[in-house]
Design a binder for this molecule. Sequence first.
Ligand SMILES: [Zn+2]
Length: 259
Amino acid sequence: MNWIDAHVHLQGADLHPLTLSEGDRLGVERFVCSTVVGMGYYPTFEQVSQSNDHLSAVIRRHPDRVSGYCYVNPRHGAKALDDFRRRMEDQGMIGLKLWVATLCDDPLTYPFIEQAIQYRAPILIHAWRKTVGQLPYESTASHVANLARLYPEARIIMAHMSGQVESSVQLVEPYPNVYTDTSGSPIGGGEVAIAVKRLGAKRVLFGSDLYGACLASNIGKVLGAGLSEEDFERVMGQNMVSLLSEVKTSHSYAGGEAK
Ligand SMILES: [Zn+2]
């Protein structure tokens, strides 16, 4: 079955205490985590690096259950790039996480994107188009599409269907290197069905946004999308298994055959 949650956050320095037991109960084997939460929109290098230390420790404690995206604030330049390389090459992280410190297609991100391409590592990008309260450097599907056009080899995961499925899948549909995930409160079964129909099931990944979300209800969105069994299994894990199995670093994820 190999269900994988592709979008999870630590709570402080650790997993939410129920994450693994809920995963056992519901059939989610692996949680791909990043830090971000509680750090503020424009964290210092020290804050980011310390949070990556926390994630690295969690991965060491649960190598069979947890993988990690290295969070970076691209404004920190070379030292952040060094941090990313160290997390990937020495600490078994599997991808890059971008949040709201810069737009994802700002030239500040290019060195990180280019390094992630070298590792064939997925890049999870927070994306959200808001009616009010858009943050100044909060990416939307347009920024994701622009980055995908600039870097066709980058494996980009647009988080939360960018908050608005119709407009966002239309913008990223032309770029086969863009995946999206099912997390986010505006995303329900209907939105998952639309994304699968427009992008194909191979470009949609199950994600919950734990710890601030309910794992069961997030699985319910995918269950409720009316997918074929084959497409359901792709979304719930096979696509992420494929992405993880191609990452070229020290990570210990054995992959498991995509069934
Ligand atoms: Zn998130």
